[in-house]
Structure formats: structure tokens, C-alpha cells
Design a protein around this ligand. Structure first.
Ligand code: HPA
Length: 269
């Protein structure tokens, strides 16, 4: 089956399961999946039931698709994303975004847990741009002309108008919102101290192991992107040691502000 056939098959499957109009796709990162519990009139579909869909293996990622209403918008939310480091191809990692585009979503909200290069744990960071340091690109291969161009323009990958709205909403809600550049690595190792010095030198504010492939596909398909990083730790070399348990713990502490921010911004989009 071609990629286009798979996208159409999955979109039709979801429609048959009750997925209607999709205003926004929502990708919820490590520990941030709870936001999907606030979706009303929800239809939940296990990843295992969806054709052509990946499988989630990371602790803190539930592995469910939730469709319904959030902040007055129809959203299709991924509770758990697919990572390249899990052994998924980039086609699998980005497939949900392809399907969102097929379902005519206007935009994509991407979220992640990230290490802080210029910010400390507990910071919520609006993503203004990214550095693709994965050595990969999900668009390599035949271009799907009906979805987007061979050479997509990445000048405004993260929608400037959406960014302005996020800042306005944060200010009105009294939530501190930093902004900066997200640098994507493949993982699964955390970065070395030398890599973090490099990241800082070339202009990264946060580092992580996701988001970049999904955003590339979203931009290619014409989806407007809004991205948030929850900074869970100082990047390597900026604190004594690093582990996944700490990432999960800090995420738990900032998730209420995170949820408020995403919901309130979504209401304004
Ligand atoms: N590096 C990469 N990914 C991460 C980090 C980090 O320090 N923290 C959370 N996700």
C-alpha cells in the first residue's frame, strides 16, 4: 500500500469511528497527556485498533487517540506520540500529522518535555523555531504533491500570529511564558556536555527528542503550528545528573499551568 493509501485508509477508519471535523491536532508529550482527559463529548480510540498506526512504548505515554471538544474547538489529540528512538520509522512518527492534514485540520499544537539550555526546570517555553539536529528529515523520499511542495518554506514554521496569541493569553492568565529555539536530537541518550555547549553556541534554548519531524510534516501539509516545551531539567552539564524520573516529576509540577495555557490559547485560535 502506498503512503497516500494508508493515510486515506486511516482517515476513513477514524471517520467511521465518529471522528468528524478536526480544527486542531494536539500532540501531548511526556507527562502532559492529562489534557486529553478534559476533552468533552470524547471518542477514545486505542492506538492498537487503528490501522497503519504506531505503538507507544514510553512510560508516561498512554497510547490513545482522543477526539472531541476542547476550549470550543474540535480536537484530535494524541495521548502519547511516537519517537524515532523507539525504532519507529519517521513515516510512523509523523503519520498522525499526515492523517490530521487529511482530515483538514487548520493547525497543530505540539508539546514536549525538554531539557533547558538557557532556561531552568519548571519553565514553560513557547517554541519560536527549531534546529533539526537529527540528521534525518521525514520528507526524504517521494514528495506527496497533493499535500505539499517538494521544498517547503520553513521561514515561519511556528506560526507568528499563534505565538502572539499564546503570549497574550499567558500574560492575561498570569502564567510566565518564556520563548526560544528547540533543538531536536534523535535520543535516546541524553546529550553530552559537549553537545549542550554546542547547542548553546548555535542558539538553542531547549533540547529534546521529538517534535521536529512532526512539525516538518505539519508545515509541508500547510498546518499552522503552535509549540510548547515544558522544561523539566537543566540540560547535561548544567546540573549534577539527569534521569527520566526527574523529567516526569517536574512535568507533574508544571502541568496545571501547562494545561491552562494550552486550553486558553486554543480558545483564541
Ligand atoms: N534532553 C533531551 N530530551 C529531554 C531532556 C533533555 O535534557 N529532558 C526532557 N527531554
Amino acid at each position: 500500500m502506498t503512503l497516500i493509501d494508508k493515510i486515506k485508509e486511516t482517515a476513513q477508519f477514524l471517520q467511521a469511528r465518529g471522528v468528524g471535523q478536526v480544527d486542531f491536532g494536539l500532540i501531548l508529550g511526556s507527562g502532559l497527556g492529562e489534557l486529553a482527559d478534559e476533552i468533552t463529548n470524547a471518542i477514545q480510540i486505542d492506538y492498537a485498533d487503528i490501522p497503519n498506526w504506531g505503538r507507544s512504548t514510553v512510560v508516561g505515554h498512554a497510547g490513545k487517540l482522543v477526539y472531541g471538544t476542547l476550549a470550543g474547538k474540535q480536537v484530535l489529540a494524541l495521548q502519547g506520540r511516537f519517537h524515532f528512538y523507539e525504532g519507529n520509522s519517521l513515516e510512523v512518527v509523523t503519520f498522525p500529522v499526515r492523517v490530521m492534514a487529511e482530515l483538514k485540520a487548520t493547525g497543530l499544537i505540539v508539546t514536549n518535555a525538554a531539557g533547558g539550555v538557557t532556561y531552568g526546570p519548571g519553565t514553560l517555553m513557547l517554541i519560536t523555531d527549531h534546529l533539526n539536529f537529527t540528521g534525518q528529515n521525514p520528507l526524504i523520499g517521494q514528495n506527496l504533491e497533493t499535500y505539499g511542495p517538494r521544498f517547503p518554506d520553513m521561514s515561519h514554521a511556528y506560526d507568528p500570529a499563534y505565538q502572539a496569541k499564546a503570549h497574550a493569553v499567558a500574560q492575561a492568565a498570569g502564567i510566565a511564558l518564556a520563548e526560544g529555539v528547540y533543538m531536536g536530537f534523535t535520543g535516546p541518550t541524553y546529550e553530552t556536555p559537549a553537545e549542550i555547549r554546542f547547542a548553546e553556541t548555535i542558539g538553542a534554548d531547549a533540547v529534546g527528542m521529538s517534535t521536529v519531524p512532526e512539525v516538518i510534516i505539519a508545515v509541508h501539509s500547510g498546518l499552522r503550528v503552535l509549540g510548547f516545551s515544558a522544561i523539566t531539567n537543566h540540560a547535561t552539564g548544567k546540573q549534577a545528573e539527569l534521569n527520566h524520573a526527574e523529567v516526569v516529576k517536574v512535568t507533574t509540577q508544571i502541568k496545571d499551568n501547562f494545561k491552562t495555557l494550552v486550553k486558553s490559547t486554543l480558545a483564541e485560535l
